[in-house]
Design a protein. Structure first.
Lengths: 371, 138
């Protein structure tokens, strides 16, 4: 049991002042603005929004500045902020088929309706540091290609679906509420909607490692990136007092659909199965890892044995939240003096008993040796 | 309401300045910041799930003729939410709606289509055609 401590106010206050000074760094260097963070460190902003589970680029940029670039600390700030706000309700499900696409690739089809566009990607860069960025940025003129209206880009899975080669997504069960992690405790077995909510806010590094583990043989699923798309989607909401849909604005989303190997049974022909990832902002690695882990957590659904960590929903979902994780790990540095004293007393007692016991046997052993 | 969601705060301010005489406005619900849980669909077209929250600011105003105007917008701008609620109320009258067309809808639509065109052209320049290379042994 943790026993509270008191005191330390002056030291804590001084430490926070010192933190503010460290945050500012060398005062002869220009101070960062949150606009600069939002515009130029946008992928960090996206990560804070996705794991903070709060879409607001300005707030995320502020959190990154306040946290000195420690993204988990920034995510903590975003999560803490959201608890201060009332919940107006739930949006209508975003229609990602109608996304204004800025990136869309498929590793399964070369030619697909709507085409493939690389968009702003690190892929195919040589990962060589660019010294020119150390100075004032000179960026090359962007190329443009004349184009008509954006082509319709149906989801790749829909193409396979036409042939019945991939499982269909189950429609909404009208009798079931959509599970909400923020309104109740995580309980097992967790349905897929609840699992996806937990994964969407889960730690990118944790999900990346779990996704990787499935590729290396711990619960193999042999995935293909059926499609990855990123762009803007309008979201809307039906306020109770109005009773009709009101557009709230546009959000940037990254979506990934993994196509993985077959499931089939005596009743159902073999089909590709699916794993899904949907993440705030341009967060491709996270969306891919989420899709891998989503599929992996469906192991039991396909009648396969749960043998690997990434297939164990309780293990994955209980440890995916980096704010819960950091809270419990970091609490260890708080004063535990009373706990520790208790353990010391216990240990001394055990030692005394052990020595007393040994003293008895030591006393007995010479006699034994003499015999 | 969609146009208010697409407009910037500066555009809404400009639109009301260009609109001319605005009836007396009374706050029914002062701008309030809150959250909407954004939903997606499993696999893009399946059952809904909660993807994460977004900040949303809402406001309700009443014009002197009693018309109520509502707004719900992503973000935390109280000013923008109030302006959007006023525009929502004005837009419920046919004459005023025609006026809003010139001072709000047209300029915002123009800006948006120019931005969309530029973005589509930049994106189209990254359109990729991969070739599958035939292997020698085949």
């Amino acid at each position: 049991m943790y026993v509270a401590v008191k005191g330390g106010e002056a030291a804590i206050e001084a430490a926070h002042k010192l933190l503010a000074k460290e945050r500012r760094g060398d005062a002869s260097v220009l101070e960062l603005t949150t606009d600069q963070i939002r515009e130029q460190l946008s992928l960090a902003v996206n990560r804070v929004m996705s794991e903070g589970s709060l879409y607001d680029p300005d707030l995320a940029a502020l959190a990154i500045k306040q946290a000195r670039g420690d993204l988990i600390e920034a995510i903590f700030l975003a999560r803490a902020y959201r608890t201060t706000l009332p919940r107006f309700g739930y949006s209508e499900p975003a229609n990602t088929s109608a996304m204004a696409i800025r990136r869309r690739i498929s590793a399964t089809y070369k030619d697909l309706p709507g085409g493939q566009v690389l968009g702003p990607t690190f892929d195919y860069t040589h990962r060589l540091l660019d010294p020119s960025l150390a100075g004032e940025g000179n960026f090359p003129a962007v190329e443009k290609t004349e184009t008509g209206d954006a082509e319709v880009s149906p989801h790749v899975a829909a193409l396979l679906n036409n042939e019945g080669l991939i499982e269909e997504n189950l429609p909404q069960n009208p009798d079931a509420d959509v599970s909400d992690l923020t309104r109740g405790a995580l309980e097992f077995p967790a349905d897929r909607d609840l699992r996806l909510q937990a994964l969407a806010r889960g730690d990118e590094g944790f999900l990346l490692a779990l996704g990787y583990s499935t590729q290396l043989g711990f619960g193999r699923t042999h995935p293909f990136a059926g499609e990855i798309r990123m762009g803007e989607v309008e979201v809307s909401f039906v306020p109770e007092e109005l009773g009709f849909e009101v557009p709230l604005g546009e959000v940037t989303l990254t979506e990934c659909e993994m196509v993985t190997q077959f499931a089939g049974s005596a009743d159902a022909a073999p089909q590709f199965t699916r794993g899904y990832g949907l993440v705030f902002g341009h967060s491709e690695r996270k969306a891919m890892a989420m899709a891998l882990v989503d599929r992996s957590l469906r192991t039991a659904e396909f009648g396969e044995d749960v043998v690997a960590p990434a297939q164990d929903a309780e293990f994955v979902l209980s440890h995916a939240d980096n704010i819960q994780a950091t809270g419990f790990v970091e609490h260890l540095k708080l004063p535990h003096y009373v706990d520790f004293q208790a353990e010391l007393v216990l240990l001394r007692q055990l030692r005394a008993e052990w020595e007393a016991e040994r003293g008895k046997t030591d006393g007995a052993s010479p006699k034994e040796a003499a015999e | 309401m969609r146009i208010c969601a697409q407009a910037t705060e500066a555009e809404l301010t400009q639109a009301l300045a260009d609109f001319g005489a605005i009836p007396q406005v009374e706050d029914v619900r002062s701008p309030e910041e809150g959250l909407v849980m954004l939903r997606g669909r499993i696999g893009g077209d399946g059952a809904a799930f909660n993807a994460g929250e977004a900040t949303v600011t809402r406001a309700v105003i009443r014009l002197e003729d009693g018309t109520l105007g509502y707004s719900y917008l992503l973000g935390r701008s109280r000013t923008k939410a109030r302006l959007a609620a006023i525009i929502d109320a004005l837009g419920q009258n046919e004459d005023r709606r025609a006026q809003l067309r010139t001072c709000l809808i047209e300029p915002v639509t123009q800006r948006r289509s120019a931005e969309t065109k530029a973005r589509n052209e930049e994106t189209a320049a990254t359109r990729v055609n991969f070739f599958t290379v035939v292997r020698g042994e085949d």
